[in-house]
Design a protein around this ligand. Structure first.
Ligand code: MTE
Length: 318
């Protein structure tokens, strides 16, 4: 996203010089990480030093909320990613994210709730029945995919912690450990990666607490071991590898909103009529297809979610 390119340009056309410079720094750091040079890699568990693996998930039900559209392949979904903690290039997460240690892992749920709790990942995986949800996903950069996620509604977790009357929003933070995530050593974003939702958006049945992909646990580059997925919003709202969910009264400042407030609003609902300041959002390219297709309001989920925004000016609240 920082690379500031509409989908048809190649990086060398428009990538600002300083971003290339940072990328070089990053590659140096990542090379160092691979060799364990000076970054404390020797202190990481052995499993983190090899290739990360995924495990089959059992008892996953099909969901009526899935789209019937053709799915992108596992290879497309796992080799073309945004995960700036591992670099800014789409190929970086697949190459570098194996250093992420996903066990043990906890998610602290805190703030304006009656029952704050720290959930262990194994407890979180079993909190509610797992479903396969095949969702259309649309990135703000102009590409899209159809992805068979596995998870359950985030509302299941929210209900268990009992939000108080002061809980109007949630904010969720990603792990930001420079030992495991070489991109965190760059200043490309103000870490940790933070995203947020209004409480009713977070409680909506389409909003997923996601622990899997294609019937297996999440690959690291896709946000292992647990991420949020919000299919009617641009992909950057779907924070990866989350470690904390906080219930708050005021609209949270999010990572991309802090970096470029004119370009990335809090709501970030997919909307073909609201252009990004530097490119149109009217069309998108589905990864694996040649020609473009029209982008639809709320990414095609208007029937389910439009009521959340009744009476709001979506150009102002972009
Ligand atoms: N979460 C974290 N922690 N760091 C990131 O850089 N990128 C976001 C989002 N979640 C990002 C993140 C963006 S811009 C997109 S488009 C989606 O993840 C991409 O998810 P995918 O790679 O699984 O398709």
């Amino acid at each position: 996203m920082l690379i500031r390119r509409p989908p048809d340009l190649v990086p060398s056309d428009i990538t600002p010089q300083e971003v290339y410079a940072r990328r070089r720094e990053f590659i140096k750091a990542a090379g160092g990480l691979a060799l364990g040079a000076g970054l404390g890699l020797d202190a990481l568990p052995a499993a983190a030093q090899g290739k990360a693996t995924t495990m089959k998930l059992f008892g996953v039900k099909e969901s009526p909320l899935s789209t019937g559209e053709k799915k992108n392949s596992r290879q497309e979904i796992t080799e073309y990613n945004n995960f700036y903690e591992f670099g800014t290039d789409k190929a970086d997460p697949a190459q570098f994210a194996h250093t992420l240690v996903t066990r043990p892992w906890t998610v602290a749920v805190e703030g304006a709730v009656n029952k704050p709790r720290v959930f262990d990942i194994d407890e979180l995986m079993k909190l509610a029945p797992l479903e396969e949800r095949i969702y259309r996903m649309r990135c703000v950069e102009g590409w899209s995919m159809v992805i068979p996620w596995v998870g359950y509604p985030l509302a299941e977790l929210i209900r268990r912690v009992e939000p108080t009357g002061n809980a109007k929003y949630i904010e969720y933070d990603t792990l930001a450990d420079p030992r495991q995530m070489p991109g965190v050593r760059s200043r490309v974003l103000d870490w940790p990666y933070v995203e947020g939702l209004r409480l009713d958006e977070a409680m909506h049945p389409l909003t997923l607490l996601c622990v899997g992909l294609y019937g297996e646990t999440l690959p690291n580059q896709c946000g292992a071991p647990v991420r949020v997925v919000v299919p009617w919003k641009y992909g950057f709202k779907s924070g990866k590898s989350i470690v904390r969910i906080r219930f708050v009264e005021k609209e949270p400042r999010t990572a991309w909103n802090k970096a470029a407030p004119r370009e990335y609003g809090f709501y970030s609902n997919v909307n073909p009529d609201v252009d990004h300041p530097r490119w149109s959002q009217a069309t998108e390219r589905r990864i694996g297809e040649f020609s473009k297709r029209k982008t639809t309001l709320f990414n095609g989920y208007a029937d389910q979610v439009a009521r959340l925004y009744a009476g709001m000016d979506l150009k102002k609240s972009f």
